[in-house]
Write a protein that binds this ligand. Structure first.
Ligand SMILES: *[C@@H]1O[C@H](CO)[C@@H](O)[C@H](O)[C@H]1NC(C)=O
Ligand SMILES: *[C@@H]1O[C@H](CO)[C@@H](O)[C@H](O)[C@H]1NC(C)=O
Ligand SMILES: *[C@@H]1O[C@H](CO)[C@@H](O)[C@H](O)[C@H]1NC(C)=O
Ligand SMILES: *[C@@H]1O[C@H](CO)[C@@H](O)[C@H](O)[C@H]1NC(C)=O
Length: 367
């Protein structure tokens, strides 16, 4: 479901009134309803015309002789408009417009007349489908930043922290941003850039008054071993926020766990395939793992998302098969049994790895 905001600004006879209404529009089901405000001095013999001046004074809705007059109404608005008839004697000719779509954008005129005189007011309908999610991914040293279902046309910019002069950064591929419009008139934007491994890569998508960012950085690899526990940090300096989602993924695809924090209260969901390995999630967001096998070597990503931003931190976990390193020390005196034991251990490790790998492989196939 797409969220959209309808911004309505109104000019009433030189007197500027700006009314900002917050609307949720679902483009898929033809949009939401909207009340266009219009007031006049109460008086008898009320007449009101709602028109669209930009479209040759297209008739939106008319009222006189104490009743709706819809013979001249434009086909576009048929069955979608209503006045609040009981409100008219009180000087209220506000119009209810149902199922707003992008085509309804623009300026509307409310003309009213009574025995006391005439009035005109204008109101503007502008729709926004704000950027609500910016997705960032790293693959083969290329970062892809993407956001979908946006209106009006979005802009995308790249930056880094600490800053670098991107115009001289050979990593910035010119012409790498593409924009597409879907059948509802909403924009999808995608951009790619060479990854700057030594700094935080920032992608900002802006549309109308809304701006969202996604950041990606890679931190130093973490060493782990088959027998020990390992902690992968998620160092995001966002201690002031209380409502966010934290997701840990493996190789950017497999979700390990998701934790939803609402006003500081966490709710965690761990994927079945990772229940064995996940020991805990620390308060700072670090992932504590144990019972690792070689298949767990790879890139771990910690994604922290708030209503405004997404921060992605990638950490490579290198697993050292510590039991193998015992073997090199094993060629000491009286070591025949040592070698045999080592051989058995190696066999056991290999079997274990194979089993772990097969289990992992099978479960991947099941997805
Ligand atoms: C006019 O009537 C509509 C519908 O009842 C209401 O939402 C709106 O607030 C009214 N406007 C004024 C200025 O009273
Ligand atoms: C982008 O690519 C198009 C077509 O390949 C080309 O016409 C245009 O000049 C390019 N723009 C920039 C800024 O490189
Ligand atoms: C979170 O806190 C805010 C402000 O204290 C409150 O308005 C809101 O209802 C709370 N939300 C939940 C889900 O508890
Ligand atoms: C967290 O995730 C839930 C479920 O996917 C989503 O509804 C919510 O909007 C997310 N909250 C934030 C702050 O991203």
């Amino acid at each position: 479901m797409e969220m959209a905001w309808v911004l309505v600004s109104m000019t009433l006879r030189g007197l500027m009134l700006v009314v900002i209404l917050l609307w949720t529009v679902t483009p898929t089901d033809g949009g939401e309803d909207c009340v266009l405000p219009c007031s006049f001095l109460p008086g008898s013999d009320e007449l009101s015309h709602w028109l669209k001046p930009e479209d040759k004074d297209l008739s939106v809705h008319s009222y006189y002789y104490s009743t709706d007059q819809l013979k001249q109404q434009s086909q576009r608005f048929r069955g979608r408009t209503a006045l609040f008839n009981d409100q008219i004697p009180k000087g209220n000719a506000s119009l209810l417009l149902r199922g707003i779509t992008l085509q309804d954008q623009g300026r509307y005129k409310c003309y009213t007349s009574t025995v006391k005189g005439n009035m005109e007011s204008f109101i503007n309908i502008a729709e926004e489908a704000p950027v609500h999610l910016v997705d960032i991914q790293l693959s083969d040293d290329i970062i892809t930043c993407r956001s979908t279902g946006i209106y009006p046309e979005p802009k995308l910019t790249w930056s880094t922290d600490p800053p670098s002069d991107l115009s001289f950064d050979p990593g910035t591929i010119q012409n790498s941003t593409s924009i597409k419009v879907d059948d509802q008139g909403l924009y999808d934007i995608t951009s790619t850039k060479q990854f700057s491994g030594d700094r935080t890569n920032i992608c900002t998508v802006t549309s109308g008054t809304v701006e969202r960012t996604a950041t990606l950085k890679q931190q130093a690899p973490v060493q782990g071993s088959l027998s020990s526990e390992v902690s992968i940090p998620c160092s995001v300096s966002q201690s002031d926020i209380l409502t966010f989602n934290l997701t840990w993924r493996f190789n950017q695809i497999d979700t390990i766990l998701t934790s939803t924090y609402t006003n500081g209260t966490a709710q965690m969901y761990i994927d079945d395939q990772w229940k064995e390995q996940v020991q805990s999630l620390s308060d700072s967001g670090s992932l504590q793992l144990h019972k690792l096998t070689m298949v767990h070597q790879g890139t771990y990503s910690c994604e922290l998302s708030t209503a405004r931003d997404t921060h992605l931190i990638l950490t490579y976990l290198q697993i050292t098969p510590d039991k193998l390193s015992d073997v090199s020390d094993g060629l000491s005196p009286g070591s025949i049994t040592g070698i045999i034991i080592a051989a058995v251990i190696i066999a056991a490790v290999i079997c274990y790895l194979l089993r772990g790998f097969l289990a992992k492989y099978k479960s991947n196939m099941a997805i």
